[in-house]
Design a protein around this ligand. Structure first.
Ligand SMILES: *[C@@H]1O[C@H](CO)[C@@H](O)[C@H](O)[C@H]1NC(C)=O
Length: 331
């Protein structure tokens, strides 16, 4: 079995090291099943939205994103995971809300470090079988959220479902993995927005064999999404699922110079490479894939083809040369 935490070691070591390394959202608590709701009691028909926040300049946007998720019927709770430890509590106070009629509660969790691994910590406030993990600059409309959730559910909850996809590719000459974007093939969905089973939070955070890979995530301040794709592919034996929908990506550089605020979503999948595709960033991400492979001793990532589109469903996929491709990428 792949899922085998070295329990003795954890039990012996955590009381010694955890007070030094972590405070409120410590790994030891998160990995203690007694601190979490019984998995059997998690709601199967709703999801919990986890929004990562760090930049104070984006607080107004974060505020409106959290509020817009909270009124979607599918959403049981919104947790804002705040990673800037210097931010005064007062600056975040107005984000939280008990939820009122027709609105889910919004809570703010101040993380004890800026670690990107912390966005995947299991949390007592998660009472649903699915979570949506998203960035503070991506706005997904209610219909797209509901559709992505239904796709996640229809795959038995085993696959990651995302709106932004990338791929690993072998560089034969260098014998390394590279990080790429293809129109028709992908193996990684990004944490800009992904839906995953709550149980994968535990796998990611508590599986002892991942600790070296988690240290790499902390060192690079990057690649936590790639590592989650490793975890899910390893557990499910399947690749992620890309869903088409309407989403506004405020982090997209095309928003600069007049784009911001002029409303309207755009169809993802056609998203052009922007800031995060700078070559340095891409190189770093390729290095992460190569290192994760080395650290885990295997390459679980699997390719998926095409994307699932609402309305036309799987008809959004076309066969070409024996492979399934997006119908709009046939030429
Ligand atoms: C983090 O918080 C400190 C203290 O409020 C602030 O000066 C800094 O600008 C914040 N960082 C970001 C990226 O917003």
């Amino acid at each position: 079995m792949w899922w085998k935490p070295p329990r003795f070691l954890l039990l012996l070591l955590f009381p010694l090291v955890s007070p030094l390394l972590f405070s409120s959202d410590s790994y030891s608590d998160a990995c203690d099943p007694r601190s979490l709701p019984d998995p059997l009691t998690l709601r199967p028909d709703r999801l919990t939205v986890l929004i990562n926040g760090y930049s104070e300049a984006r607080l107004p946007l974060l505020h409106s994103l959290a509020a817009s998720y909270a009124v979607q019927p599918l959403v049981a709770a919104v947790l804002v995971l705040w990673g800037n430890t210097s931010t005064p509590a007062a600056a975040l106070a107005s984000l939280a809300s008990d939820g009122g009629v027709g609105s889910a509660p919004i809570s703010v969790i101040r993380q004890s470090s800026a670690s990107l691994n912390a966005r995947f910590l299991p949390r007592a406030g998660i009472r649903t079988r699915a979570v949506a993990v998203c960035d503070d600059d991506v706005e997904v409309d209610a219909r797209t959220l509901a559709f992505a959730f239904s796709v996640w559910d229809s795959r038995g909850g085993a696959s990651l479902v995302g709106l932004f996809a990338r791929s690993h590719d072998l560089d034969l000459e260098q014998r390394r993995w590279i990080y790429a974007m293809h129109p028709d093939r992908y193996s990684i969905v990004l944490t800009k927005f992904m839906i995953l089973g709550t149980d994968y939070l535990r796998r990611y955070s508590c599986w002892g064999r991942l600790s070296e890979a988690q240290q790499l995530v902390d060192r690079e301040r990057n690649c936590e999404d790639i590592l989650m794709n490793f975890v899910a592919a390893k557990e499910s034996g399947a690749g992620p699922v890309l869903v088409g929908g309407r989403v506004r990506d405020w982090g997209d550089p095309r928003n600069n110079g007049g784009g911001v605020g002029d409303g309207g979503g755009r169809v993802v999948g056609i998203e052009r490479v922007g800031l995060s595709a700078r070559s340095g960033h891409r190189k770093k991400r390729g290095d992460c894939i190569t290192e994760f492979h080395r650290m885990l001793g295997e390459m679980p990532l699997k390719y998926s083809y095409g994307k699932v589109v609402e309305g036309v469903g799987e008809q959004g996929l076309c066969e070409k040369g024996g492979k399934l491709v997006l119908c709009d990428h046939q030429d």
